[in-house]
Design a protein around this ligand. Structure first.
Ligand code: CDP
Length: 231
């Protein structure tokens, strides 16, 4: 029975810690977690592999739109880990590289790409009991979500966290490159015509610049209990 389950939308700026807290919340409360950013990253990777998206982020838009139906995206759960599957292949590591980060925002600004992914996201969330993170989840994908959070932190703090994440994985990147990517993606995401990054009117805002992962996880689960106890 899903009757008591709600829909949880967590939006915010790039590398603002959304995925970390969304994933942990979903695990704690037994909900499904969907990383909508991974879906935009998977489409971008597919375009890069097929010469439709250049390493500089130039997109052959008509061709990308044409091949959209060839792309299937799914998530595979293995214990605590969740892998993004692109046409049956595990692309979890590949989609997180700075090369993909540098190309994803122009791809995510294409209305046809957004419409296709939003359709899939709504399908995934139709039975509720879902935590989805992204840029437009509380505004466009699930405007009726019972719980909405909008995350932010200073650009420097966000770049620091992402730099550590990437270098821990062995990626050869500089802090300056990561900061430039964070700032550029924020700009493209906020200024695109189609469903730009916005805080939903009824979202609770969180600036987690000074918070540890444990503190933000606790903040989120407390909010969940507050909202579900009021229902
Ligand atoms: O985790 P990080 O903040 O690096 O970003 P992400 O959630 O993996 O999203 C990657 C990119 O996909 C964003 O910079 C947006 O351009 C796009 N995106 C979007 O447009 N709408 C969403 N719902 C999720 C991501």
């Amino acid at each position: 029975m899903n009757s008591n389950k709600i829909t949880i939308a967590i939006d915010g700026y790039s590398s603002s810690g959304k995925s970390t807290m969304a994933k942990q919340l979903a695990k704690n409360i037994g909900y499904r977690y969907i990383d909508s950013g991974a879906m935009y990253r998977a489409v971008t990777l597919y375009g890069m592999k097929n010469g439709i998206v250049s390493p500089e982020g130039n997109v052959n838009i008509p061709t990308l739109i044409k091949i959209l139906p060839e792309i299937s995206i799914d998530f595979h759960l293995d214990g605590d880990k969740q892998y993004t599957m692109l046409n049956g292949e595990n692309v979890e590591n590949e989609i997180r590289t700075l090369q993909v980060s540098n190309c994803v925002s122009p791809v995510a600004a294409i209305p046809e790409v957004r419409h296709a992914l939003v359709r899939m996201q709504r399908e995934m969330g139709k039975s509720k009991g879902i935590v989805m993170d992204g840029r437009d989840i509380g505004t466009v994908v699930f405007p009726d979500a019972e719980m909405k959070v909008f995350c932010d932190a200073s650009a420097e703090k966000r770049a620091e966290r992402r730099y550590k994440e990437l270098t821990d994985k062995g990626e050869n990147v500089t802090y300056e490159d990561v900061l430039a990517n964070v700032v550029k993606r924020d700009h493209i995401d906020e200024t695109r015509d189609e469903s730009p990054l916005r805080c939903a009117q009824d979202a609770v805002r969180l600036d987690n610049s000074g918070m540890t992962i444990e503190e933000q996880n606790k903040w989120l689960i407390d909010l969940f209990h507050k909202i579900t106890n009021q229902k």
